[in-house]
Design a binder for this molecule. Sequence first.
Ligand code: AMO
Length: 436
Amino acid sequence: MKKIEGKITKRGPESWELLNYLGESIRIQGSIYKIRKMKGFSFVLLRTKRDIIQCIAGEELQLPMEECCVELLAQVVEENRSKRGFELHILEVQVLSTPAEESPIVINQKLVDTSLENLLDYRPITLRNEKQRAIFRLQAGICKGFREFLAGQGFTEIHTPKIVQAGAEGGANIFKLEYFGQQAYLAQSPQFYKQMMVGVMERVYEIAPVFRAEKHDTSRHLNEYTSVDLEMGYIQSYEEIMEMETAMLRFTMEHLQAYYQNALELLNVKLPAINGIPAISFREAKEKVAKAYQRPVKDWEDFEPEEEKLLYELIYRETGCEFVFVTKYPSSKRPFYAMDSVEDARVTESFDLLFRGLEITTGGQRIHDYHMQLEKMQSRGMNVDLFESYLMMHKYGMPPHGGLGLGLERFTAKLLGFENVRYATLFPRDINRLVP
Ligand code: AMO
């Protein structure tokens, strides 16, 4: 019988190794991204798994059409005018696959010059654009930064179910599902499970999709987004969670700076300096904005998006920081698992993090005491019997704990300067979009 040994076939050097092959002939695979005909030769840009490589083809070579997948035999030649310090002189072209048609949309210019609708309708091909794919390379870098940081702090990565029996976040934005004769839902967050896992492993995190049946078409709401969740035990205050998030963001910015220079340059990203993040209470923040902009407060329970932007402007002017923690949100606006403040039960031991004027994180301390949790649920008129499996952890003992959830797409969009979260979503799901 044939035995598979786990041998990795290497068909040639990787693009990032090519400088070590100056003067040598190598084999490399990729797609023909762009052909620019010159007098007597052509510039050919080859799109490889990570980089776009400049190649030169003599006029005797028959070149296939753009988006053909090819294997090239080429010589690596030093070239100081090329960004990477070399170019490939093509000796032979072997065509591996030919598109049936030319792309209906031009993808090989600096920008894909089209509407957001078109960009998304043609996602499988528009993502091939150098800048478009750099967005998601950076997003992968963000997740890698988070993971490395959290692993270093003793967090264990977990994977929790997305088909659930009860909504964790309340509200009407929950997708219903028929589950073999039972009512089920798509998880709005891993909240219940990450808390349960604190009782098991003390520090856990998850980076996974969550679902919100948002009925509004806004620039910051998706119906499926990637939630970066962490939860930790034995805290004394929700401030420890804000400290952990600040350290995680700082680590991740340093990680991007160190390993993602190409994508950062291509997208012209200026990473925010994180030398500490100012924190202000919800009430103070509301008053501050009202006073500075002579804007009477309409809603003492929540922020309007416009207020978040104005708060950012004020804080940025005062401190130079592009982030701000807003703490002690009203209890009425926080879910039943949020811990109320001892000094004032109308507010919670919780926070939001705003980045460049947009909420990117919600977090806080949770109720760990069984009786306290029962009481709060009952005071909200909730049927506690439906939450028996959730309350099991409280009943049989939980450490004081808390955590946070960060919207990956919102964070990426703000980091890259996009006004619409869809630009930072690989295949967005919104009220009008289910494909691709
Ligand atoms: P919350 O519901 O505030 O909190 O969500 C946390 C973060 O998720 C992002 N987010 C969204 N991103 C895109 N589209 C949406 N429709 C959307 N809704 C929310 C935001 C938000 O700050 N369980 C709590 C977190 C916790 O306390 O640990 C929760 O889910 O960036």
